[in-house]
Design a binder for this molecule. Structure first.
Ligand SMILES: Cc1cc2nc3c(=O)[nH]c(=O)nc-3n(C[C@H](O)[C@H](O)[C@H](O)COP(=O)(O)O)c2cc1C
Length: 462
């Protein structure tokens, strides 16, 4: 059974600042808009999502082209396999300017950026959006990303999370360095702010040493909401420690219920309240008024994927080149141990039932590059709402909605499914407040100090 934080279903749109949606074939869809290099494209999506009372639009990111497969970018460039990747924070700001309540999240890497940079960037975004921003914390996945940043190889799996823990210790200290009432701005006395309420960040660890005073006052929601998607053991303990919202992926609600329990347990193990952390799986939706229209939509969408999409995306996430390998040759234990996205690898191990899957097994059982990577809800509006309600009752607190085509998938969902969910009382008819934390029912974080650097900051009610 799921927890009862607030039984309003969180709706999060899974966006990409790129030429296709999460589903690479999407750009070939006859209805897909091609003006993805303009603010108009993203602002149109933002307005649709806000009108449908989505909690948040969130941008994924990768810091390189998918060029591990065959050690060449040619396939990605030629087929449009996520070959364009713009900076998601800049695109996010364009959407913030077109909305007033929609939460806006962007992915940024703790492996390739520095704490001060990320802290200041997201604190500024949070101010400029009046407290509506979230950060999706990732540790990045592959050697192409390392190469773009002038590093020889990508850091090891657990080491990346160790660095990320220190990164978060520093960033959360910086974000809470200015107490909420530090600003005075009294023109008659000439006092701008109270030095007793602006604290130094002082941190010394294995990866970082920082000693300085942060330069952005606290935002209306305290600091940005934290999103995370680690699914390995180490990844889940990291998410349990830091995340407000956990992204995940599973294909059915039985697998989901087990995953849900594990994530909530990881939160409890970190000494936090599992009721304050939402678990949201990525799902796709194909919806239309009649079963015939649904079948036709599904046929067109499925026809957009090519096998190359899956191969390129598997290689970039696992950080392994499948290019010169016989497709039926099983991976050895040693090779499996080196794969970058361990949660994805483990899903393939479970689904294939073999401890040593081959390239063919990875293509078949991961669903990568196809519509079947996570859950799929297909049907008329009532049928889709039924499936969402079942999952909501058993294995999640909301959904990260992936699009088969953009912006059509979001517009269909907003027009056809959201009214049904609202009638059932599952999705809110209006935003609860102005900030993202208010809308997610999250409390405002208190000031974090070095002395309390062994755990997550205590929480106070908003
Ligand atoms: C819904 C979802 C979205 C994700 N988005 C990103 C992303 O934008 N960038 C990225 O580098 N990793 C992304 N990931 C991957 C995770 O951040 C993480 O690297 C992955 O789950 C591997 O962690 P693990 O080894 O702990 O399983 C995403 C995962 C999920 C389930």
């Amino acid at each position: 059974m799921v927890s009862s934080i607030s039984r309003s279903m969180s709706l999060i749109a899974f966006l990409q600042a790129q030429n296709c949606s999460n589903y690479v074939g999407s750009w070939r869809h006859p209805r897909s808009m091609s003006d993805f290099l303009t603010p108009d494209y993203f602002q149109r999506i933002a307005r649709t999502l806000e009108a449908a009372r989505f909690d948040m639009a969130f941008f994924d990111d990768r810091l390189a082209m998918p060029e591990i497969y065959g050690r060449s970018p040619d396939l990605a460039v030629c087929n449009g396999i996520r070959s364009v990747k713009m900076d998601p924070t800049v695109v996010l700001m364009a959407m913030a300017m077109a909305t007033t309540h929609l939460g806006l999240g962007a992915t940024y890497s703790t492996t390739y950026y520095e704490p001060f940079h990320v802290a200041r960037l997201f604190a500024t975004l949070d101010q400029m959006s009046r407290g509506r921003v979230a950060w999706n914390i990732v540790t990045s996945l592959n050697d192409s990303e390392a190469a773009n940043f002038g590093r020889a190889t990508h850091l090891g799996h657990d080491e990346r999370y160790d660095r990320a823990d220190e990164f978060l210790e520093i960033v959360t200290q910086m974000w809470t360095a200015w107490e909420h009432d530090a600003l005075i701005m009294d023109k008659s006395t000439g006092r701008f702010a109270d030095p007793a309420k602006v604290h130094r960040t002082d941190y010394s660890g294995e990866f970082f040493t920082v000693d300085g005073t942060f330069t952005v006052p606290q935002s209306p929601q305290g600091h940005p909401v934290l999103l995370q998607a680690g699914s390995s053991g180490r990844g889940m303990s990291f998410a349990g420690r830091w995340a407000d919202v956990v992204f995940t992926a599973f294909k059915n609600k039985d697998l989901g219920a087990a995953q849900y329990r594990k994530i909530k347990q990881a939160v409890a193990d970190a000494g936090r309240d599992p009721g304050q952390v939402s678990v949201t799986p990525a799902v796709g939706v194909i919806v239309a008024e009649t079963p015939e229209q649904v079948a036709e939509k599904e046929r067109v969408l499925r026809g957009l994927a090519t096998q190359a999409d899956g191969l390129a995306l598997l290689c970039e996430t696992l950080n392994v080149d499948f290019g010169d390998r016989p497709v039926d040759q099983p991976f050895t234990d040693d090779e499996l141990a080196k794969m970058s996205w361990q949660g994805l690898r483990d899903r393939v191990l479970t689904a294939s039932g073999t401890p040593n899957p081959s390239v063919a097994d990875f293509v078949r059982y991961s669903g990568r590059g196809t519509l079947d990577e996570g859950g799929m809800f297909i049907g008329t509006p009532e049928q889709v709402a039924d499936q969402m309600e079942e999952w909501f009752d058993t294995c999640c607190d909301g959904f990260v909605l992936a699009a088969g085509e953009v912006p059509g998938s979001y517009e269909d969902f907003a027009r056809l499914v959201v009214p049904v969910l609202q009638r059932r009382g599952l999705v809110k008819r209006d935003y609860a407040g102005a900030t993202l934390r208010e809308n997610l029912g999250l409390s405002i974080p208190t000031r974090r100090t070095s002395e309390s650097a062994t755990g997550r900051p205590a929480q106070v009610s908003a």
